[in-house]
Design a protein around this ligand. Structure first.
Ligand code: ADP
Ligand code: MG
Length: 194
């Protein structure tokens, strides 16, 4: 069950992971993109950090909305509106449910609708989808996350900038899949949230 407090804890942890891996994420985005994913995400998560730190409001809907707005306004790249949509959808759903699978389900539907990608297109969806399946069966582990991230290496990119490379995108991890991996590792580390 999510609440404003454990969600903040989760997202602060995610922000830390993004900051620590900023260079790596941009390096991953260099051969198959424009080399900015780490910087994009770090800029966005810094804004999220500031916005969340500046409010003592622990209402779950407000927390999700605050995260979404900071990401949408600060990230710039394709990943900003996609992550932003995910959190905006969770904000809406949080009026009906605080169950993690319910919330992540609407988030994933939002990402798919917004970007038009699906499983196997070598995007963040290739981490979100198997992770959500594991959460639904109460079996999420770090190994599930790592495997999903690794699987993007052999995929051919069909959406986003990497799709311009076609088959030449094979052999490279998808940067958005790696950053989404951090999001879910941070979730795993947040006590009592699963
Ligand atoms: P940009 O591609 O605009 O430079 P980023 O580098 O910040 O943006 O983000 C790239 C990541 O965004 C990709 O690695 C991929 O995971 C994700 N992405 C791009 N397009 C889509 C899409 N249509 N659907 C889902 N994810 C996408
Ligand atoms: Mg990029």
């Amino acid at each position: 069950m999510l609440n404003g407090k454990n969600t903040k804890e989760w997202i602060f942890n995610f922000a830390k992971k993004i900051e620590n891996n900023k260079t790596y994420l941009s390096e991953l985005d260099t051969p198959i993109g424009d080399g900015d994913h780490g910087n994009n995400m770090a800029r966005g998560m810094e804004a999220v950090n500031d916005a969340l730190s500046n409010t003592s409001n622990n209402d779950l809907t407000t927390v999700f909305k605050t995260i979404a707005m900071a990401l949408i306004s600060k990230v710039g790249g394709a990943s900003g509106p996609l992550y932003g949509t995910a959190f905006l959808e969770m904000a809406k759903e949080s009026n009906n449910s605080t169950d993690l699978s319910d919330l992540l389900s609407v988030a994933l539907i939002g990402i798919k609708k917004r970007g038009g990608a699906n499983v196997g297109d070598k995007t963040m969806i290739d981490v979100w989808d198997p992770v959500l399946t594991a959460i639904k069966s109460n079996s999420l582990t770090q190994q599930t996350i790592d495997k999903a991230v690794d699987n993007t290496k052999n995929m051919i990119a069909r959406k986003g900038r990497a799709s311009y490379l076609g088959e030449r995108s094979v052999g490279h991890l998808d940067p958005g899949a790696v950053s989404s991996g951090y999001l879910f590792s941070a979730l795993l580390e947040t006590e009592g949230i699963l």
